[in-house]
Design a protein around this ligand. Structure first.
Ligand code: ZN
Length: 142
């Protein structure tokens, strides 16, 4: 299913997987029936969780956006890592909007990990791989 070399990519800590599955379990996804959980780890090492929150007008909030909002609301501004767990075996990679949100608080050391439903790592990205040549905060400092 994945093309990850197990010798170079360590498994995800089981406690993180359990917490991600719990976060995904709190998703409110009655319309898409596609629950997603996310965890972001800030520069300080604090962990913030999120789940997708849908609403009837279809302008819901993604799990990654939810977790980033929790981090920022706690006063943190730098993303050390991002984990996303979807409901199936497919690659539940961050949507375009979430890539830009991650970009806002990421740097070249930030890693974004996408897990399958059981918590196995499917793919790991840098923000530049997810959103190359991205517009970011420095583009506004002229
Ligand atoms: Zn998204």
């Amino acid at each position: 299913m994945s093309n990850i070399d197990p010798d170079t990519v360590p498994g995800i800590d089981p406690s993180i997987v359990a917490a991600l599955i719990a976060a995904r379990g709190n998703a409110y996804a009655p319309y898409s029936r596609h629950p997603v959980g996310a965890m972001v780890e800030s520069e300080s090492g604090a962990r913030f969780f999120g789940a997708n929150v849908e609403v009837a007008h279809y302008k819901g909030l993604c799990a990654e956006a939810s977790a980033i909002a929790a981090m920022v609301s706690a006063g943190e501004r730098r993303l050390y890592s991002v984990y996303v767990i979807g409901p199936g075996e497919h690659l539940c990679s961050p949507c375009g909007d979430c890539r830009q949100r991650i970009r806002e608080f990421a740097d070249e050391n930030t890693r974004i990990q996408v897990l399958d439903a059981e918590g196995s790592l499917l793919k790991r990205y840098t923000i530049n791989e997810l959103l190359p040549d991205a517009f970011g905060p420095e583009n506004l400092s002229y």
